[in-house]
Design a protein around this ligand. Structure first.
Ligand SMILES: CC(C)(COP(=O)(O)OP(=O)(O)OC[C@H]1O[C@@H](n2cnc3c(N)ncnc32)[C@H](O)[C@@H]1OP(=O)(O)O)[C@@H](O)C(=O)NCCC(=O)NCCS
Length: 426
């Protein structure tokens, strides 16, 4: 029987011991309390057999689905079942309870980070974002320095006020990015370990040259090993690189290519397809050196997500979605919306003021007999958020086209969404 409760001493100790038991990670009680304080007040799921034997924690999140458009989501984390109680269906029970309450709360998605790739597909989740590592050789990397942007090193106090607005602008433009609330930022600066951030990072900020000199992006970086005469130049790690436009990207890259006493710069947690390496005259100056899936997404509300993502649809489309016992199962008719001026600034994003955009399509359970396209719910989430694309799904046999031309219609409706990325750990 699943209990849904508030944070208790018992849950703190369960979390601390399972982290150590399953991952070999020791987190202090203050770090665990800071991390768990970001959860929903009643978001602690537990199964008891005398003490807690299985648990998970849910968080309310806001996720960008296409530039300028966000939807509510729930995050599930801290999932653990004691080794003495594994393979008795406790994870399945936790997932069922979590998905039911998330759907009842009106959330469009539930999302998680997976410890292993083989667990969550059966519960309707699909990997949508990839974290990649790109390694730069500063000795061969040449990049033109850009005039309209300046960089500046910030201390921790200045970073507290400069980073949140710069991140917000990037988050609203990037599919799958999660909003960082003020409580998240407070935790980020007061107890970085609680949000998966290393302590002792440096911050370099980019500022536009407009009169207000507003921050346009930033990077958080560190030197993991100290310099010594014996070892010579050492690596630099960039943990977060937030640069939503061209000039900010150039300015921050120029900063890292110019660092002294550095033999390589590792850019971690980068979106896989954002082409930083194309900016160098020698594209081998920056190489892909690692990649892993990051955010797994489970669709809960097909009409909300389809209407938010398919504003470019130019003709009706019926999708047959497979979602065993899940809310996305069934056939869905999606109708294109009438065109007109944007209703709110949030519909457009900051750059598109004054453009005419679709009012957005409608989506409802199908009244047609036949479907144009057929796919699994996880693949639908991945393609709507641009974590994959229509040709790739078709090539993998995961998208079946019943009506000729309908796959192209879906692809056209999603064109130009931009690579998804999720840089917020929960
Ligand atoms: C992974 C874990 C949560 C599974 O819990 P559980 O209660 O044993 O899982 P269940 O008995 O409910 O299994 C549900 C399904 O998942 C499958 N499954 C469970 N663990 C799996 C794994 N590690 N890899 C692949 N499949 C797995 C089961 O075979 C079962 O499949 P089926 O119902 O389709 O036959 C648990 O083993 C655990 O806590 N592991 C260590 C910590 C961890 O990895 N947590 C997940 C963090 S994202």
């Amino acid at each position: 029987m699943i209990e849904r409760t508030a944070l208790s001493e018992e849950f703190v100790h369960f979390n601390q011991s399972t982290l150590f038991l399953h991952y070999g990670i020791h987190q202090s009680e203050p770090v665990i309390r800071a991390k768990l304080a970001l959860a929903e007040p009643d978001g602690f799921l537990a199964v008891r057999d005398r003490g807690i034997v299985a648990g998970a924690v849910s968080r309310r999140l806001t996720m960008t689905v296409r530039p300028g458009r966000t939807l509510p989501a729930t995050g599930l984390g801290e999932i653990a079942v004691l080794p003495s109680h594994r393979r008795r269906g406790l994870l399945r029970e936790l997932m069922r309870a979590h998905q039911r309450t998330s759907a009842e709360a009106g959330h469009a998605f539930t999302v998680l980070n997976a410890s292993e790739g083989g667990i969550y597909g059966r519960f309707g989740y699909a990997p949508v974002t990839t974290d990649s590592v790109w390694t730069l050789d500063p000795r061969t990397a040449a990049i033109p320095r850009t005039a309209p942007c300046e960089v500046e090193l910030l201390d921790a106090a200045a970073a507290r006020t400069a980073l949140p607005p710069a991140f917000d602008a990037y988050q609203r433009a990037t599919p799958a990015e999660l909003a960082r609330e003020p409580a998240w930022w407070r935790t980020r600066f007061d107890c970085p370990e609680a949000v998966g951030a290393p302590a002792d990072q440096h911050c370099v900020l980019a500022r536009g040259k407009q009169a207000d000199g507003a921050a346009t992006g930033y990077a958080l970086w560190r030197r993991p090993a100290p310099w010594s005469q014996e070892t010579g130049p050492a690596p630099v790690i960039v943990d977060e690189f937030i640069a939503p436009d061209h000039t900010t990207t150039q300015a921050l890259l120029a900063f890292f290519t110019g660092l002294d006493l550095c033999d390589r710069v590792e850019f971690r947690r980068r979106p896989l397809t954002a082409p930083l390496h194309w900016r160098f005259a020698d594209p081998r100056s920056m190489r892909l050196t690692g990649a892993t899936d990051r955010l797994w997404v489970r669709l809960l509300d097909v009409p909300a997500v389809a209407t938010a993502c398919l504003t470019g649809l130019d003709a009706p489309l019926t999708l047959r979605v497979h979602d065993a016992n899940g809310p996305a199962d069934g056939a869905w008719d999606i109708e294109p919306g009438p065109y007109g001026p944007a209703r709110t600034a949030a519909d457009l994003g900051p750059e598109a003021d004054g453009l005419r955009v679709p009012y957005g399509p409608g989506c409802a359970k199908s009244r047609r007999g036949a479907a144009d396209l057929e796919l699994e719910a996880g693949d639908l989430a991945a393609v709507l958020l641009a974590g994959t694309d229509v040709p790739r799904l078709m090539a993998a046999g995961r998208l079946v086209e019943h009506t000729s031309g309908s796959a192209l219609r879906l692809a056209r409706a999603l064109a130009g969404t931009g690579a998804p990325h999720c840089s917020t750990v929960f």
